[in-house]
Structure formats: structure tokens, C-alpha cells
Design a protein around this ligand. Sequence first.
Ligand code: NDP
Length: 251
Amino acid sequence: CKIDFQPSADLLKERIVLVTGAGDGIGRAAALSYALHGATVILLGRTISKLEKVYDEIEEAGGPQPAIFPLNFEGATLKDFHDMAETLHKEFGRLDGILHNAGLLGRITPFEQYNPELWGQVMQVNINGPIWMTQALLPLLQASEDASVIFTSSGVGRKGRAFWGAYSVSKFATEGFMEVLADEVGSQDNLRVNTLNPGATRTQMRRSAYPGEDAATLRTPEEIMPTYLWLMGPDSRGINGQKWDAQPPRG
Ligand code: NDP
């Protein structure tokens, strides 16, 4: 955990960073924070109006002009990912980072009642989509001098918990895929792959998972940004295949 990391204002200067699920919650905070530290951010998500709001906020704050990339992981095909890679290649020529942040909670419910269709949707959004998007974007990452790929994990992706079903399994898969890819790129000094668990954070997803909880006791997305900045920026160069937390465990 690098919650005390103090980033310089130009930490991500000249970097081109893709953030998925950039319209809300942690992804929105990360997109803003990356832009305000100098990155050109590609805002990917499924609700265009939310992405446009983040776009405007970045412009108003004087960050580098971002780009909007509408994509719904449910239903996105290999062709969509390859078209995306082609568009980004034409526009930017490379990618210096991906924050895989988009996520779907599914339902917190006993396994015996879990709907298989919903299970498939959660796996599609949380792991299968991000895997094939990453494959399509690998050449753009390879074209960077120092690229960081961050997959968003969860406490239930490191230890299983009753009723968390597909969400927990998708986060275990995320940790597993990160290890496989990190091992493959381990000898390359221009590409690193790690997971980051945000920890309990005040967002809509957290409210859905814990409806009775007092949200005031939770850190906001803005408060957990130091680790997000550190893992995306040059200070974490050489860090590969590791599992990070964005905040200390709650006491
Ligand atoms: P939110 O629900 O607030 O935001 C999730 C984002 O993902 C939204 O922007 C949403 O878009 C986007 N998204 C969902 N489904 C799709 C899809 N099919 N295609 C494209 N984008 C999609 O969640 P958080 O900010 O809380 O979560 C961010 C990440 O952090 C997730 O991976 C989550 O699992 C993880 N996490 C969060 C924790 C917490 O306490 N908040 C704890 C541990 C992990 P839209 O706005 O259009 O719905």
C-alpha cells in the first residue's frame, strides 16, 4: 500500500493511459487524477453521458485533452477490441498504461440460487472482456518505453467468501491471469503487470454490496488515489507480478 505516496504534478506527463469504467466511482477518480498529473486519458465505459461529464471536468481543470471510447464489455467482440486497437494506434501510436477498473458485482446470493446467465455476464465484464482487450492492445503497450497494466482485484479475489459467487471467482481469475501475463513479460523492462485491490471504497458498487453500511466510514475514491498513481507512474518501474492494496486494512 502506497497511500502516503506524494506524486509530483507531472508524474504522468506525456503518458497515454486507458481507464475502463471511467464514468463513475473509482474509475472516474482515477481518470481525473491521472489527467491532473499530466496523462492523456482515454475514457472507456458503457454510459457515454457519464464519460462526457468526466471529459468536461478534465478540460475545466486544465488537464490534457482526453478521449472518449464507448464500449460495453457485455457483448463486446474480438473485432471490437481489434478495431479499438487500430483506432488507438492511428490516434496515439502507443499506450503507456491500462487501468482495468470496470466491474460488475452481480448478486450477493447463496450459490444454489445463482443464475447462470448472470454468472456469465459477471465473468464477461470482469475477466473475459479485459483479457481479450489486453491481447488486442499488447502491441500498443509494447510500443511504449514504460507501460503499466493494472488489474483491479478485491479482497474476495484473494480469499473466497460465502455468497460472493461469480464476482469472487472473476477476481481470483484476475489475479491468476495477472500472474500468467506478468510471468510472460517478466524479462521485458518496458512492460509490467500487477493487481490492485482498492479496499472498501465509497461508491455505488459498495453501496449495493453493503446496503446497511454507513458510507461515511469509508474512504472516498479520491483518498485512495496515491497507490493508483504510484503503480501507473515511473516510481513503480520494475514492479511486476505483484498484488497491491490501495489502502491499509480497516481496523
Ligand atoms: P462502480 O459500480 O461505482 O463503477 C464501476 C464502473 O464500471 C462504472 O463506470 C460502470 O459503468 C463500469 N462498468 C460496469 N459494467 C460495465 C460494462 N459492461 N462495460 C463497460 N463498463 C462497465 O464500482 P467501483 O468504482 O466501486 O469499482 C471499480 C472497481 O473496483 C471494480 O473492478 C470493483 O470490482 C473494484 N472494487 C471496488 C471496491 C469498493 O469498495 N468500491 C472494493 C474492491 C474492488 P456505468 O457507470 O455505466 O455503470
